[in-house]
Design a protein around this ligand. Structure first.
Ligand code: FPP
Length: 249
C-alpha cells in the first residue's frame, strides 16, 4: 500500500486512491444563501466561495485527481444585478492574477472553457497569460467554465460542422460522436466521472450537457462556501460505491 493510501486509511477516509475519479466537475452553488443566513451581502458569499475553491483545488491536487472543472460564471449569470456581476468579475480577475503565486509548486494547469471573447478585456488578457504560463504543468488541470453555456457550446459545434459540410471538407456520413466532441470547448479534456452540486439543488443548469452523458451525480446540502476537503472525500467515497455500467449490465 502506498504511503498516501496508508495516510488516508489512517485518517479513516476509506477511499481507494487507486480508483479516484479522473475528472471531477463541480457546480459551486449556494454562495448567496450562505451570505443571507449570516445577514451579509451576497458578494461576501461569492468571496467566501472563491476561498472555498482555492481549498478544493489544493485538496484535489493533493489527492491526485487529474481534472477539476468548475462552473464559475454561466452565460445566464449576466442577468444578475450589475453590482453582483462586477463583483464576480473582480473575484475572477483576482483569482487569475494570484494563480501563479497560490499554485506555485503545485504543478496545476489552468484552462478556461467558455465564450472567452464575451468576457471583459482585462479578464481575457489574464486568461491568455495564465493559460500560457501554466501550459507546461502536468499535475491537476483546473478547468474554469467562464461565460460558459452548454447549449451555446453545442450550437457552435453544429455550426462548425455545418460549415465543413458546406465547404465539402466533411461528408455527412463521416460525422460521428468524435466529430462533435472535437468541436466542443472540452476537446482536450476527458468527460467527467463525477459531478458534484452543492446547496441541495438538483439541476444541471446548462453545464456540460454532452460531456455528462455517463457521469455519476452527487448532491449535497452543504453550501459552496462551506465545502471542504472532507466533503470532497465524502463525494469520492460515494462515487467509489457506485457501479458504473455505461449502458451495459
Ligand atoms: C452560485 O451561488 C455561484 C456562482 C454564481 C458562481 C460561482 C462563483 C464563485 C465560487 C465565486 C467566484 C469564483 C471564482 C473562480 C473566483 P449563487 O449566487 O447562485 O447562490 P444562491 O443560489 O444561494 O443565491
Amino acid at each position: 500500500m502506498s504511503f498516501l493510501n496508508q495516510l488516508f486509511k489512517k485518517e479513516k477516509l476509506n477511499i481507494d486512491l487507486g480508483q479516484l475519479p479522473n475528472h471531477v466537475a463541480i457546480i459551486m452553488d449556494g454562495n448567496g444563501r450562505w451570505a443571507k443566513k449570516r445577514g451579509l451581502p451576497r458578494n461576501v458569499g461569492h468571496r467566501e466561495g472563491s476561498n472555498a475553491l482555492r481549498k478544493i483545488v489544493e485538496a484535489s491536487s493533493k489527492l491526485g485527481i487529474k481534472h477539476l472543472t468548475v462552473y464559475a460564471f454561466s452565460t445566464e449569470n449576466w442577468k444578475r444585478p450589475k453590482n453582483e456581476v462586477d463583483a464576480l468579475m473582480s473575484l475572477l480577475l483576482e483569482y487569475l492574477k494570484n494563480a501563479e503565486r497560490e499554485l506555485s509548486g503545485k504543478n496545476v494547469r489552468i484552462r478556461v472553457i467558455g465564450n472567452i471573447k464575451g468576457l471583459p478585456e482585462d479578464i481575457q488578457k489574464e486568461v491568455a497569460r495564465v493559460e500560457k504560463l501554466t501550459a507546461v504543468n502536468s499535475g491537476l488541470s483546473l478547468n474554469m467554465a467562464l461565460n460558459y453555456g452548454s447549449r451555446d457550446e453545442i450550437l457552435q459545434a453544429i455550426k462548425g460542422i455545418a460549415k465543413e459540410v458546406e465547404n465539402k471538407t466533411l461528408c455527412v456520413e463521416n460525422i460521428d460522436e468524435n466529430t462533435v466532441a472535437r468541436k466542443l470547448y472540452t476537446s482536450e479534456i476527458p468527460d467527467p466521472d463525477l459531478l458534484i452540486r452543492t446547496s441541495g439543488e438538483k439541476r444541471i443548469s446548462n453545464f456540460l450537457l454532452w460531456q455528462l452523458a455517463y457521469t455519476e451525480f452527487y448532491y449535497t446540502d452543504v453550501l459552496w462556501p462551506d465545502f471542504r476537503e472532507k466533503h470532497l472525500i465524502e463525494a469520492v467515497r460515494e462515487y467509489q460505491s457506485r457501479h458504473r455500467r455505461f449502458g451495459g449490465i
